[in-house]
Unconditional design. Structure first.
Length: 152
C-alpha cells in the first residue's frame, strides 16, 4: 500500500500541478532544516512571525509574504508555524497549511508523512506515533483542506 502511495506521489509530481506540490514538499523539508538549525530543538518560541522576521522563508519559492504571514503557492492558503507536543511540551514543530486543494492534499501528505511524527487532515489523524500512516485515513474533501504536519 505504501508503495502504491509513493507511486501516486511520483506520478503526480511529474505533472505541472504536481511539480508545485513537489516544490512545496521540498520547501517544507528545507524550512524544517532551517528552523532546526536556528532553534536547536528549542521550539517554544517558534512562530510564523518569528520565522518571517528571521528571514527563514527567504528563497523558498512555495511561500510568499502577504498580510504579515506566508501564503502557500498551492491553493493560496496560509502556513502557520508553531510549537507542538508529540511526546513532551514543545518537542516538535507544527506546520498548518489551510486552503490546500484536494488534488494536492494526498500527494503532499504522501511526500511529508515520512518526515512527520503526526499528520492530520481536516482534524482527522492520518498518522501518529500510535497510528501508522494509512492512506485510507486521509480524507481530503471540499478543495480547501487543513493539513498539519508535526515534525520532531
Amino acid at each position: 500500500m505504501l508503495l502504491l502511495l509513493c507511486g501516486l506521489y511520483a506520478a503526480y509530481a511529474s505533472s505541472s500541478d504536481g511539480q508545485t506540490v513537489s516544490d512545496l514538499h521540498n520547501d517544507l523539508v528545507s524550512l524544517t532544516g532551517r528552523v532546526k538549525g536556528n532553534f536547536s530543538g528549542q521550539y517554544g518560541t517558534v512562530s510564523t512571525q518569528t520565522l518571517v522576521q528571521a528571514g527563514v522563508f527567504k528563497g523558498l519559492g512555495s511561500f510568499t509574504r502577504a498580510g504579515g504571514g506566508e501564503t502557500v503557492s498551492v491553493g493560496g492558503g496560509y502556513i502557520t508555524v508553531s510549537p507542538t507536543m508529540v511526546h513532551s511540551p514543545n518537542d516538535a514543530l507544527q506546520y498548518r497549511l489551510n486552503g490546500l486543494p484536494d488534488s494536492a492534499c494526498l500527494p503532499l501528505i504522501a511526500g511529508m508523512q515520512g518526515v512527520s511524527a503526526v499528520v492530520t487532515v481536516n482534524s482527522f489523524i492520518a498518522k501518529s506515533p500510535q497510528l501508522p500512516f494509512t492512506p485510507g485515513n486521509v480524507q481530503c474533501s471540499g478543495d480547501s483542506n487543513i493539513v498539519t504536519f508535526s515534525i520532531l
